[in-house]
Design a protein around this ligand. Structure first.
Ligand code: FMN
Length: 280
């Protein structure tokens, strides 16, 4: 399945069939977790795949997702150190696994708020200097979308995305960049637009600078992003966007790499996160 197809097909699934994911698929995911352990900032990540007994709903209940998730047999979990860029790296790496899971026919749902962090932390023996920003249940999606899934989806306006003119701009940071003007980067930008984000807030903005390079910014909603202490879900969102952009660009054989240490071009109200350096 092509990247754009995966990006378009993925959406949050919260109700799963009560059956185990086949061994081949879970082995593939484990392999991917082993391969994908470094994000653009190069911070150390600890990624794990937790296997639950899907016919024993008690096990899930004991872990605790406040009833948001039903029947998931697998959980992706990522622990990070509290250092700059670590939560971006986490979003970047785990979204690659999520898109691979989508291609394998599995459903997924990022969880940053509606899970009992302390119980999952105990389960993976979280160290004192580690944070556990998110967990991601994975499994076979239930045949028909349950009322619960539909309610949550409509509550967070899940299928809505901001239009291009609110997300992507030319070098002045104000003039919208049209799909036509994006040329060969149209898919990469569209893949960012369709990415999942906490409460569907879509905090990413991209500016094409004078040299035709793409700069990624965070439009942080401080109250929301800092509500969980050191955990920053909007930084996780930025990592997700970076992986979508990169995978779509690679698929079109566009050269480049994210450079989070490139000199920042400051813009009011936006935090510079990285430059897509197409010379690398
Ligand atoms: C970092 C992050 C945290 C999220 N946390 C939760 C959560 O705690 N509970 C939940 O039900 N959905 C959560 N979501 C899912 C979003 O609500 C969902 O991705 C968004 O509404 C877009 O919908 P879609 O994934 O169906 O495209 C989270 C998503 C992300 C990226």
């Amino acid at each position: 399945m092509e990247i754009m197809e995966r990006v378009r097909q993925r959406r949050s699934v919260r109700t799963f069939e009560q059956r185990a994911v086949d061994q081949g698929s879970s082995e593939k995911l484990r392999q991917l977790l082993r391969d994908c352990s470094a994000g653009p900032f190069g911070t150390p990540l600890r990624l794990e795949l937790l296997e639950l007994d899907p016919v024993n709903p008690r096990e899930l209940k004991n872990l605790g997702t406040y009833g948001t998730i039903r029947g998931a047999g697998l959980y992706l979990i990522g622990a990070v150190k509290d250092i700059a860029g670590s939560q971006v790296d986490l979003g970047y790496c785990l979204e690659k696994v999520v898109l691979e899971a989508t291609a394998l026919g599995l459903g997924s749902c990022w969880l940053g708020g509606t899970f009992r962090r302390s119980r999952f932390a105990r389960r993976i023996e979280l160290a004192d200097d580690e944070l556990l920003p998110v967990v991601i249940p994975l499994g076979c999606p239930a045949e028909s979308e349950k009322l619960w899934d539909r309610l949550i989806r409509s509550g967070s306006r899940s299928s809505r995305r901001k239009p291009w003119c609110e997300l992507f701009f030319t070098e002045d940071g104000r003039t919208p960049l049209s799909e036509k003007d994006a040329g060969s980067y149209r898919n990469a930008l569209e893949a960012v637009r369709l990415a999942p984000s906490a409460l569907n807030r879509q905090p990413w903005r991209i500016i094409r600078d004078q040299e035709g390079r793409y700069r990624l910014y965070l439009k942080e909603e401080r109250l929301f992003n800092r509500a969980l202490g050191k955990i920053r879900l909007q930084h996780v969102d930025i990592g997700i966007a970076m992986s979508h952009f990169e995978l779509a660009a690679r698929e079109q054989a566009l050269p480049g790499q994210w450079d989070p240490h490139a000199g920042a071009v400051p813009l009011a109200g936006l935090e510079h996160m990285a430059l897509w350096d197409s010379s690398r």
